[in-house]
Design a protein around this ligand. Structure first.
Ligand SMILES: [Zn+2]
Length: 117
C-alpha cells in the first residue's frame, strides 16, 4: 500500500487509493484556487486585448490608415495579443483585435483597417 498525501495540505490520506484530498474542505479550497487562477489569467488577457483595441481605435481609420510601429508601442500596444489572423489570397497577414486589424507594411509601418459589418 502506497502512502498518499493531500494535494492541498500535504496531510497523509487515509482511505481509498484514488482519494486526492484529506477532506472536503481541502478539495474545495484547492479547486477554488485553480478557478481563481484561471479567472485571473482570463481577466488579464481580456485587459490586454481591450487595451490593444483602444490603441487601435486611437489611430482608427475612417478609411485605411498607416501608423509607425513605434507610435503603437509608445501607447503600450502589445503585439503578442490579438484575437484572430486573416490571410488574404495574396498572402498578406492581418492580425485582428476584434474588428480592427493591422497589417505590417515596409519600414515598420502598419496599416490599420476596420472590418466591414
Ligand atoms: Zn488536506
Amino acid at each position: 500500500m502506497t502512502e498518499k498525501t493531500c494535494l492541498e495540505c500535504s496531510e497523509k490520506i487515509v482511505g481509498r487509493a484514488d482519494k486526492k484530498f484529506c477532506s472536503d474542505y481541502c478539495r474545495n479550497s484547492y479547486n477554488n484556487k485553480i478557478n481563481k487562477d484561471s479567472k485571473n489569467l482570463i481577466r488579464n488577457i481580456n485587459n490586454r486585448l481591450r487595451k490593444n483595441y483602444r490603441i487601435l481605435e486611437i489611430f482608427n481609420p475612417e478609411s485605411n490608415t498607416t501608423v509607425a510601429k513605434h507610435r503603437l508601442i509608445d501607447k503600450g500596444f502589445d503585439f503578442e495579443y490579438f484575437t484572430n489572423i486573416y490571410t488574404t489570397k495574396k498572402g498578406n497577414v492581418y492580425r485582428f483585435v476584434y474588428d480592427i486589424g493591422y497589417l505590417l507594411l515596409e519600414n515598420d509601418y502598419y496599416m490599420i483597417v476596420k472590418r466591414e459589418r
